[in-house]
Design a protein around this ligand. Sequence first.
Ligand code: ADP
Length: 446
Amino acid sequence: MRRRTLGTLVLLATLSLVGVVYTQMIWLKRAQQHEHEQIALQLQQQQQLDKQFNDRVTIALTEVTERILSITKDPSDLFDAVKQERPNYFAVTINDTIHPYLLEALLQQEFKRRNINEDFEYGIYDCFTDSIVYGNYVSLGDSVHADSARHSQLLKLDKDGHYFGVYFPRRTSSLWTPGTEGTINWAYPATVTLIMFAFFAYSVWVILRQKRLGEMKNDFIGNMTHELKTPISTIALSSEVLCDPDIVNEPERLRNYARIIHSENERLRQQVERVLQLATLDNGGGLNMEAVDLHDILEETLNSFEVLLKERSGTCTMDLNAKEHLVRGDRIHLGNVLFNLLDNAVKYSKTPPQIHISTSNDNKHVRVKVADKGIGMRKEDLRNIFERFFRIHTGNVHDVKGFGLGLHYVAQMVRAHGGKIHVDSTWGQGSTFTLELPVWKGGGKT
Ligand code: ADP
């Protein structure tokens, strides 16, 4: 996929996502508005019903008061005797004290007559004790939990004289409670949208990564074909010469061609070896773990580099200062790891390579540093060099051969050995690779 097409696709997908989110927000807002209207309407209806109920109770209680007055033969007229003091709580002023049974009977009669089928409790104010004496809980409806409401709201009022109070414990009054807020929950749509965005971002990341990997793979195939073709054709040409029967008369020429075949074959072997190293990793190839002396491996690897270093008039110095240098690992793979680092140090030096290897101990780890004074790397490339197939486009040093597999293999192997790898590099001045592997104290060869 071309970069432009991908860019357009990502842009379109982002726009459609934003569109979906925008539409969702509009719908949610509308739903919320609608819900508010519904709630307001319900509240209005409820308030009307409550008002009707209160009016009916007030009339019934006024009726009760009048009947009390007529029973006690009190000629006075009680104006405005019934007062609603709190939600569902009414206080009725009377001239004298009254017997609770009589009051209860009157209240029941009147409530029934007015069709007030609500549980209620009543209490009568006692002037001597200055408190409300609880009357009774009267259940008119089908409520069975009378006890739970007992004494709940029969409060003494701040007034003198005789009065009784009636409270309806089962009613919830909308007239006295603040309006309920909208209940639309934004958390759910917000979470879904967030997940959608995260998924989208992840998909874009995967696509870009795959695209980059695809490009690097193509580079790798191109590189590998080139790298394999050159020695194969050189070997083919040299062996053709060797097929000439007259060559036996020129032993020097014969030796030369045999040497060419040998060295090109060695090159081929190394290239194949690198690809195989990676295949081992990909197949999760098992490591043959044993006690390995890192100092021994360093020396062995360096020995195999002597010829190459001499060819490039390079030098390599060693400071093996680690007191504990035994690790648990795969001898062959650890050798390959060091080989790759040394190989790079030689490859990426324009001048005769100057390599310094040192070891030290730190916090149960043995540290190996491979430092060179080669071309170095830019900061922005450093975080990618351990990726598979990654190669720095080095411009004027593009002639350096490689597949972009070496450091990936090194990093994977170090990780498989429970270690870490770190690189410091300055463009134009050189690089230092630091390996850290856990020291092994399980005995064995030292
Ligand atoms: P290859 O050497 O086959 O290209 P590697 O994985 O070994 O692949 O290295 C990846 C890239 O890191 C190389 O292309 C090179 O640009 C850079 N690199 C690795 N080691 C060094 C080094 N010692 N000095 C400078 N650049 C290096």
